[in-house]
Design a protein around this ligand. Structure first.
Ligand code: HEC
Length: 218
C-alpha cells in the first residue's frame, strides 16, 4: 500500500468513528432491533395510554369491593365517631418479630415527632421547627389510651398530626400500636394482648379473606 492510500484509509476511518460518536441521539436510538419483544414492552406500562378502557388510562384503581392479597378487610371506623374509636379493636396477634417490625415502622414514620424513645421529643419537635407538642406516649395521660383511639389518630390524624393511612396499611397500623403498647406496658401501662400470636398473621389473613370470599359466594 502506498503512502497516499494509507492516509486516505486512515482519515476515512477517523471520520467514520467521529461521525458515529457525534450523532446526538445515539443514546436514545437502540440501533438495529433484533428482538423487538425485549426492546419494546408488549404490556401496557403504567401511565401509558390504553385503548382497552374507556378513559384510555392504564393505571387503574383496585376493583371496588376487592381486597389485595395479604391485606386486611377494610375497617368500618367513621371519622369523628369518637365513641366508636374507644371500643374499636382488632383480633390480630403478632409474633415478636412482627412487633419489632412495628418498631421499625414507628421509627420511620412517628419517631421524627414522638421520638424513638416515645417521649414526644423527636428531632423535629426538639429542633423547634414544629410548634405543636407531640404526645409523650410514655406519659400517664397516654399509658392507658384505648388502642382504637391510637388507631384513629394514625388513620385520620389528630390536630397538628397528619394521617398516616396512606403510608401504613391496616396490619402495619396495628403493628405500630402493638409496639407502642409493648413499650407502654414496660412503663406501667396496659398490656394489650397483641403479643401472643406466634403464627404468621399474613397467612391467617389470607385464609380469612378466602373464607369471606367463599361465604360471599354462597
Ligand atoms: C409531624 C409530627 C407527628 C408525627 C410524624 C406523628 N405524630 Fe402523633 N401526634 C403529633 C401531635 C402534635 C400530637 C398531639 C395532637 C393533639 O392532641 O393535639 C400527636 C398525637 C398522637 C397520639 C395521641 C392521639 C390522641 O387521641 O390524643 C397518638 C397515639 C399518636 N400521635 C401516634 C402517632 C403515630 C403512631 C405516629 C406514626 C404513624 C405519629 N403519631 C406520627 C405529632 C405527630
Amino acid at each position: 500500500m502506498n503512502k497516499t492510500k494509507s492516509i486516505v484509509v486512515a482519515s476515512l476511518m477517523i471520520g467514520l468513528s467521529l461521525a458515529a460518536c457525534n450523532s446526538g441521539d445515539m443514546r436514545r436510538n437502540p440501533g438495529k432491533v433484533y428482538a423487538p419483544d425485549m426492546t419494546y414492552s408488549r404490556a401496557y406500562d403504567a401511565y401509558t395510554e390504553n385503548p382497552n378502557f374507556e378513559d384510555g388510562q392504564t393505571s387503574r384503581l383496585p376493583v371496588p369491593g376487592t381486597v389485595a392479597m395479604g391485606h386486611q378487610l377494610p375497617d368500618h371506623l367513621v371519622e369523628g365517631d369518637t365513641n366508636a374509636y374507644k371500643s374499636f379493636t382488632t383480633s390480630l396477634r403478632f409474633s415478636d418479630a412482627e412487633i419489632t417490625e412495628g418498631g421499625r415502622l414507628f421509627n420511620i414514620y412517628c419517631g421524627i415527632c414522638h421520638g424513638t424513645a416515645l417521649d414526644g421529643n423527636g428531632p423535629l419537635y426538639a429542633s423547634g421547627k414544629f410548634a405543636a407538642m407531640p404526645a409523650n406516649l410514655k406519659d400517664a395521660k397516654y399509658l392507658h389510651m384505648p388502642v382504637g383511639q391510637m388507631y384513629a389518630a394514625i388513620k385520620y390524624g389528630k390536630n397538628a398530626m397528619g394521617s398516616y393511612a396512606s403510608q401504613l396499611d391496616i396490619k402495619q397500623r396495628w403493628q405500630v400500636i402493638a409496639y407502642i403498647k409493648k413499650a407502654q406496658s414496660e412503663n406501667g401501662g396496659d398490656a394489650f394482648t397483641f403479643g401472643t400470636g406466634n403464627a404468621d398473621t399474613s397467612k391467617k389473613m389470607a385464609m380469612a379473606v378466602a373464607d369471606t370470599a367463599a361465604k360471599a359466594k354462597q
